[in-house]
Design a protein. Structure first.
Length: 276
């Protein structure tokens, strides 16, 4: 198992960039772009779709990769059709989605009765948003995952393929970058917090090996410090764990797996920071 969190020589970086320059990765319901960063750092062209984006922000990485933040109302089926059309003819190599969980997560069960009185079909509508993502990804014919906390999605759609806690992948984070770059007061260093998260996967998705760190005692900082319905609260609680994002990249990036195999055959173990 390789815990790869950064290039150590130019030959590896150059090889990755040359292989990935024409490849695309997409992420739906993605405000932070955190899940896409390992891919962009490896030279991929990445698209983060979310209704909060205005379509003008573009992050460039030294590898030549980028993240384009696209405005998209993903609660409209026509939007997903438009995304598919825009990607026609491109090599989409990976996809992920983080549909809004407000009406699905069992942590909000106390509010379900009131919501059902206002809209009897509110949960079916919310489940459909996740199902639409899966249908788009299947049409794109690429590995994918759809993420949600423990929720009624398991009943309204199907059982998840996997589940994890963020701290189980904290070891994939470079210790020199332990602090969260955006919300260090709310997200524990090294993703050292519990939050059971479920994945619905397909297209040949490979679940990465864990590399756990010791979680902070008690509830997560998000649970202790955040409350209410503000967009900030929702964005922090839904932020993709950095370690898990790196681990998914490691296990599903066929280019890196192939290159690492070549390096290991040559006995060059310096291509990664830590190898088990």
């Amino acid at each position: 198992m390789v815990k790869f969190y950064g290039y150590k020589n130019n030959s590896m970086e150059d090889a990755m960039t040359n292989h990935n320059v024409d490849k695309v990765v997409i992420s739906l319901y993605d405000y932070t772009g955190e899940a896409l960063k390992p891919w962009a750092e490896a030279g991929y062209t990445c698209y983060a779709y979310d209704i909060q984006h205005d379509g003008t922000v573009l992050d460039w990485f030294g590898s030549g990769g980028c993240i384009k933040y696209m405005n998209a109302d993903l609660h409209q089926l026509s939007t997903l059709d438009a995304i598919y059309d825009s990607l026609w003819g491109k090599e989409v190599t990976f996809a992920m989605a983080f549909p809004v969980c407000t009406d699905l997560a069992v942590s909000g069960a106390a509010h379900f009765k009131r919501k059902r009185e206002k809209n009897p079909g509110f949960q079916r509508e919310a489940a459909n948003y996740a199902i639409w993502c899966a249908e788009l990804f299947q049409a794109l014919d690429c590995p994918y995952f759809i993420e949600n906390p423990v929720s009624v999605l398991s009943t309204l759609w199907r059982k998840p393929n996997y589940s994890f806690h963020p701290y189980e992948y904290g070891g994939y984070i470079d210790p020199e970058q332990a602090e969260h770059p955006k919300w260090p007061d709310h997200i524990a260093p090294m993703d050292a917090y519990p939050k059971k998260t479920c994945l619905w996967t397909g297209g040949g998705f490979v679940m990465p090996d864990t590399s756990p760190v010791e979680p902070e005692a008690g509830h997560s900082r998000q649970h202790l410090k955040l409350g209410g319905k503000s967009m900030k609260t929702k964005n922090i609680r839904s932020a993709t764990p950095r370690g898990f994002a790196q681990a998914v990249f490691n296990s599903n990036n066929s280019t890196m797996q192939s290159l690492l195999g070549e390096y290991k055959q040559r006995g060059d173990n310096d291509v990664c920071n830590t190898c088990n």
